[in-house]
Write a protein that binds this ligand. Structure first.
Ligand code: GLP
Length: 247
C-alpha cells in the first residue's frame, strides 16, 4: 500500500486528481470507477479545472459508479447519478453512453445488480477505482460484516450510514434504507485503487482499515490485500495512526 500524506482537504484533492489525470493520460480509453460523497467533490472540481485548461480529455473514457440508492430516479437530486452529473459529467466531454451508475429506479434488485456487473464486464473490467471511506470503514456501500466474495448486490444500509448521509436529505426519514453497490469482489478486481480520505471523523476508520487486521467488520481493510492501492489522506485523517507508524 502506498500512503501519500496531504496537508488538508485541498491538498488531498489535488494529489488525488493528479493521480487520476495520470491514469487518463496514460490510458485515454480507460475505465474509471468513481465514487460519491463529500470526499471526492474537490477531486472532481480539480479535474474539471484541468479539463477546461485543455490538459485532460475524457472523450474515450468510460466510467462506472460504485453505488446508488435503491428507489431513486436519475433525476432525483439525492441520487448518485444526479450527483455525478452535477459535480463532474456536465462539465467534461465524457460520452453519455459511456457512463454507468447502478439503476436506482429499477426496483428488481437482482436485475439492477446483474446489469451493473454486466456493464463492468462488457467494458473489460475497471482499470482504476476511486474510493472514499465510510466512518464505519465501509467502501461503496459494503457495510461492516459484508461478505468479501460479493459482486454488485442490494444492501440494507447500516443505521450509522443512514444517519451520516442524512445531511444530504431533508431528514433522516427521507434517506433510502437500501442501495445497490459494487461488492467487495467487484472492487478488488479493479487493476488500481485510489482511496481518498480527509478529516478527523475518518481517523479511526483509517487506522482500522489500513493499520489493523483484515476483517469483514471493517470492509475497507480488505484493500490491504490488493496489489496496487494508493491512499491519499490528510493530516487529520492520519491523526490516529498506531505509534509505530509515526516513528
Ligand atoms: C457514502 C458512499 C461511499 C462514500 C462514503 C463516505 O455512504 N456510499 O461511497 O465513500 O459514504 O462519504 P463521505 O465522503 O461523504 O464521507
Amino acid at each position: 500500500m502506498n500512503l501519500i500524506k496531504a496537508e488538508n482537504y485541498q491538498d488531498m484533492s489535488r494529489k488525488a486528481a493528479n493521480i487520476i489525470s495520470a491514469q487518463v493520460i496514460m490510458k485515454p480509453d480507460c475505465v474509471l470507477g468513481l465514487a460519491t460523497g463529500s470526499t471526492p467533490i474537490g477531486i472532481y472540481r480539480q479535474l474539471v479545472e484541468w479539463y477546461e485548461k485543455g490538459d485532460l480529455d475524457f472523450s474515450r473514457v468510460s466510467t462506472v459508479n460504485l453505488d446508488e440508492y435503491r428507489g431513486l430516479k436519475h433525476t432525483d437530486p439525492q441520487s448518485y447519478y444526479y450527483f455525478m452529473k452535477q459535480n463532474l459529467f456536465q462539465y467534461i466531454n465524457i460520452r453519455e453512453k459511456a457512463v454507468f451508475v447502478p439503476d436506482g429506479e429499477e426496483m428488481d434488485a437482482e436485475k439492477a445488480c446483474k446489469n451493473h456487473e454486466q456493464a463492468i464486464q462488457d467494458l473489460g473490467g475497471i482499470d482504476f477505482q476511486l474510493l472514499g471511506l465510510g466512518k464505519n470503514g465501509h467502501i461503496g456501500f459494503n457495510e461492516p460484516g459484508a461478505a468479501f466474495e460479493k459482486d454488485t448486490y442490494c444492501v440494507n444500509l447500516a443505521d450509522s450510514t443512514i444517519k451520516a448521509n442524512a445531511r444530504f436529505f431533508g431528514s433522516v426519514d427521507e434517506v433510502p434504507t437500501q442501495a445497490y453497490t459494487m461488492g467487495i469482489r467487484t472492487i478488488m478486481h479493479a487493476k488500481k485503487i485510489l482511496v481518498a480520505v480527509n478529516g478527523e471523523g475518518k481517523a479511526q476508520a483509517v487506522r482500522e482499515a489500513f493499520f489493523g487486521p483484515v476483517t469483514p467488520q471493517v470492509p475497507g481493510s480488505i484493500l490491504q490485500m490488493h496489489p496496487d492501492v494508493t491512499v491519499v489522506a490528510d493530516e487529520a485523517a492520519l491523526s490516529q495512526l498506531p505509534d509505530v507508524i509515526h516513528k
